[in-house]
Write a protein that binds this ligand. Structure first.
Ligand code: SF4
Length: 451
């Protein structure tokens, strides 16, 4: 049961010292209860209280971390069934399978594509996260050799080590050093040995079940062995079964507080079909419905890119619009004679508008006004992009020192504020720009200062 702010407050030292960067213990307790800050931010709370509060405020799906440093991949930590209830926390990992039965070309190609596939969207870099290395025939030398090859070939890959042999897994885990791998997989038969390997390697362990009931049995046994960081492969190898298992596991953990299913899931679209297009479609279903990681058989940009986008859309916080900083952005070498365009700070608007300006190759100043992430018309309707606020921003942002002219291009959708803005900025000539960003290049190429 989650603790309330008042219950947490009772366990705090109540110094109201503000060392947690929050002025009072009550406000701090409320933020801990809401999951907005960690209890460890208070240096005075006792270890006993810390453990009690951490356990009580832990998300129903346990948070697991792989890798190290900047390349750490986080999975789980989810608290809701549906994104609109709060938000989804940690994006589904996208991974590729490499096995000891593949030849050098197949292995090298997958590592190369893992490294190269990278896209930027609204300022977010989208990449593949994980390489799953599978021991097919229990040959320790071949398995550890392949793991070493992956480690050498990619300094940022997070690894899943897959073997039925606990000793092979232990040997491969040693090679990973501080790059924490996910170990796979524990069955009812080998749970004890696998648990020991996971403890020795200080790494999370994935269950390798045959169905959901078997999965519960295995996690129960591993929890009994003292393991906390687990991942679930329920054994589903059809899209229907994987979808159902993911939904049942999420619902059981979030709604019924089931501890045995309170872990992220590891899914294998690569083992559900031989058709790459179908595989990508299955992966898209599982990204939408709760997979912690989806493992693909190979990486093709045209199939992975839509998965990246789907993931990006699902895992943005619906209560917090993506924004860029309020600022003056000089694009394509803007100088004192360049046009000045203003728009809002909704990041999608910024990247579309800046992309069109850069594509036009016309040096331009882009003024980004803070509208709390609202788009142009919504911001105007909400009173955050009115003539008075735009004028204030234009005066204080420093653009008057950067250009010789006094011409301001406003979004076409704000045509109705032109007169008002001219009153607020009497030294400036206000020009109504195009409504659609796609028409900006032609508009800018024609633009001339009015004086
Ligand atoms: Fe209270 Fe601890 Fe924050 Fe100080 S650091 S205000 S004692 S919660």
């Amino acid at each position: 049961m989650a603790l309330t702010g008042i219950q947490i407050l009772k366990m705090l030292p109540k110094k109201n010292c503000g060392e947690c960067d929050i002025p009072t213990c009550l406000a701090f307790a409320m933020k801990v209860a809401a999951g907005q800050v960690e209890i460890g931010a208070c240096p005075y709370v006792t270890d006993e209280a810390k453990e009690m509060i951490s356990d009580a405020s832990a998300p129903p799906i346990r948070t697991i971390k792989l890798g190290s440093g900047d390349n750490t991949f986080t999975m789980g930590g989810e608290t809701v069934m549906f994104r609109h209830e709060k938000r989804f926390e940690n994006p589904t990992g996208i991974g590729v399978l490499i096995t000891t039965s593949m030849n050098d070309d197949e292995v090298n190609g997958r590592i190369e594509r893992f490294e190269k596939l990278e896209y930027e969207r609204v300022g977010v870099i989208m990449r593949v996260d994980v390489i799953a290395v599978k021991d097919i025939d229990g040959d320790e030398t071949a398995f550890t050799g392949l793991v070493q090859k992956v480690l050498d070939g990619s300094s940022r890959a997070n690894l899943i080590l897959m073997s039925d042999s606990p000793s092979n897994l232990a040997a491969a885990a040693k090679l990973c050093g501080d790059r924490t791998p996910l170990l796979y997989g524990a069955t009812m038969d080998n749970a004890k040995e696998m648990a020991q390997v996971a403890k020795d390697a200080n790494a999370p362990l994935s269950v390798k079940a045959t169905n959901l009931d078997n999965c519960v049995e295995i996690t129960d046994s591993l929890i009994g062995e003292g393991l906390k960081d687990l991942v679930l492969d329920t054994g589903a190898r059809t899209v229907k079964a994987a979808f159902e298992d993911n939904v049942v596991a999420r619902r059981a953990a979030v709604k019924a507080k089931n501890k045995q299913l309170g872990f992220a899931t590891l899914t294998f679209p690569c083992e559900m079909t031989d058709d790459p297009m179908m595989e990508a479609m299955i992966a898209s279903v599982l990204v939408a419905k709760y997979a912690g990681i989806v493992i693909l058989s190979d990486l093709q940009g045209d199939l992975v890119f839509p998965l990246f986008l789907e993931r990006l859309n699902l895992f943005t916080d619906p209560q917090r619009p993506m924004v860029v900083a309020e600022d003056v952005y000089p694009l394509t070498g803007a100088d004192e004679d360049s046009p000045v365009v203003i728009t809002c700070n909704f990041s999608l608007t910024y990247f579309i508008v800046s992309g069109e300006i850069e594509g036009s190759k016309v040096p331009t100043w882009l003024l980004i006004k803070d509208t709390e992430g609202l788009s142009v018309l919504t911001a105007w309707a909400a009173g955050k992009f009115g003539a008075d606020l735009i004028a204030l921003f234009v005066k204080k942002c420093g653009i008057e020192d950067k250009v010789k002219h006094r011409d301001l291009i406003i979004p076409g959708y704000l045509a109705s504020i032109k007169g008002e803005l001219e009153e607020e900025l009497p030294d400036w000539t206000i020009t109504i720009g195009p409504r659609e960003a796609g028409h900006l290049p032609a508009f800018l190429k024609e633009w001339k200062p009015t004086k």
